[in-house]
Design a protein around this ligand. Structure first.
Ligand SMILES: Nc1nc2c(ncn2[C@@H]2O[C@H](COP(=O)(O)OP(=O)(O)OP(=O)(O)O)[C@@H](O)[C@H]2O)c(=O)[nH]1
Ligand SMILES: [Mg+2]
Length: 410
């Protein structure tokens, strides 16, 4: 029990009020003592206060079963105190440990928070970096796309340029080829032209050479074939009597195309009895008349029907003059006007095979006259050319009396 002294200091305050207004520690102490307490005023010697104290002690005694505070109680208390102190110490240590742990925890929390802050800062930075990078990336991608598109355009442009270049190359190649071809053609034409000129000069030289000499021509053929008329056409005059039966050989001369031309008209071949005796002898004179002999025999045949008479006439002529004569012979068709617009070549395709054979044995030499068209000077010049060509081939030789004699002697 707690015994408060100086109760006089309470003055008018009751002890109960004092307890209620006491400090916490005191209240705890009172509580620990089971609320057992008493107050003494030692100034005023009041016996009541002693009685009351004794009553309270009495109550304690009763509560404790009449026992008293013994040494073992003290020891127990001491043990209790020790244990409590130990407990207090442990609790304190535990509290300190807890506090330390809490402090550690707090520190950790702070560290974690700081880490979190740092982390979120880093994340924010990272995010920013990422955003920046992604912006850079997207810009780069855009640039790359632009570059790619530009490349594509360049490629297309390049391709087009290449194609154009190829086309140009091809065009150039073709033009070059064409130019080459034209050049070759031109050179070939030039060569041909030069060759033609050379041949012309050569031929002209030869013609001139032949033309220097007198050209002697004999007209042979069936009666009425047009010999006299052809002679006139050839000499471009009327030396012979056409429309009349020629009885004797007649020689006439003229200068045709600057060349001296001698023509001998002969009587026509026929079947009469007088022919074998007189007329043939007359015809033979043509050789001596054109001494040293004719350069050309013109076998006159009219355009029209080719009968046995015509065929036999040719056979007789060849028999009379011998095979040698064909080297000097040219078939001269008269009545060319009857061909109208038909080319002589077409006409010859349709003629009798014997006539074809005659032309063939004459070395393919033939000519056509239209004696009614005297103004056609070209036909004369053309015939003279053919005669001169033949003379050239015969090396300017002529059919001679000796050749005839040789036939006769066989
Ligand atoms: N339409 C035409 N008639 C011609 C041609 N040539 C001759 N004649 C005619 O044929 C006929 C005979 O002509 P000539 O020249 O006398 O015949 P030829 O061969 O001399 O006769 P002979 O001397 O009797 O052997 C004449 O009426 C000529 O006008 C010709 O090219 N065309
Ligand atoms: Mg005649």
């Amino acid at each position: 029990m707690i015994l408060f002294t100086k109760g006089d200091d309470l003055e008018d305050t009751t002890f109960e009020d004092y307890q209620r207004g006491a400090a916490a520690d005191l209240k705890t102490l009172i509580s620990k003592c089971g609320g057992r307490c008493h107050v003494f005023n030692n100034i005023v010697r009041n016996g009541l206060q002693v009685t009351k104290l004794l009553q309270k002690i009495q109550e304690i005694l009763q509560q404790n079963g009449g026992g008293c505070y013994t040494n073992s109680t003290y020891q127990l208390l001491e043990q209790y105190k020790k244990r409590e102190a130990e407990l207090q110490r442990k609790a304190k240590a535990a509290r300190r440990g807890m506090e330390a742990r809490e402090a550690e925890l707090q520190r950790l929390i702070r560290y974690v928070e700081q880490e979190q802050q740092r982390q979120s800062l880093r994340e924010a930075q990272l995010h920013e970096q990422l955003m920046e990078q992604s912006h850079v990336m997207s810009t780069m991608l855009e640039l790359m796309q632009i570059e790619r598109n530009r490349n594509k355009e360049w490629m297309v442009e390049l391709k087009t340029q290449k194609q154009e270049e190829e086309q140009l190359k091809h065009q150039l190649y073709m033009e070059n080829k064409e130019l080459k071809r034209k050049n070759e053609e031109f050179q070939h034409r030039q060569r041909m032209e030069m060759e033609r000129q050379r041949q012309r000069v050569e031929q002209e030289k030869l013609e001139m050479k032949v033309k220097m000499d007198e050209l002697r021509i004999v007209l042979l053929g069936k009666q009425g074939a047009g010999k006299s008329a052809s002679g006139n056409t050839l000499l471009r005059n009327h030396s012979f009597h056409s429309e009349q039966v020629t009885q004797t050989c007649l020689m006439a001369m003229s200068t045709v195309d600057k060349q001296s031309v001698q023509v001998i008209d002969t009587p026509g071949w026929c079947d009469s009895s007088r022919f074998e005796n007189d007329i043939k002898q007359e015809i033979i004179k043509c050789i001596s008349m054109s001494s040293p002999g004719p350069h050309a025999f013109l076998l006159v045949l009219p355009i029209g029907r080719f009968t046995n008479k015509e065929r036999n006439t040719v056979i007789h002529i060849l028999k009379e003059f011998g095979e040698e004569v064909i080297k000097y012979m040219i078939v001269l068709f008269t009545k060319g006007d009857e061909l109208e617009d038909k080319p002589i070549e077409d006409y010859l395709k349709e003629v009798h095979s014997d006539l074809k054979k005659i032309i063939q044995i004459c070395g393919g030499r033939y000519h056509v006259f239209n004696n009614r068209g005297k103004n056609n000077q070209h036909q004369v010049s053309s015939l003279l050319k053919k005669i001169n060509e033949m003379v050239r081939m015969n090396k300017e030789k002529c059919y001679t009396t000796a050749m005839y004699q040789k036939v006769k002697n066989q």
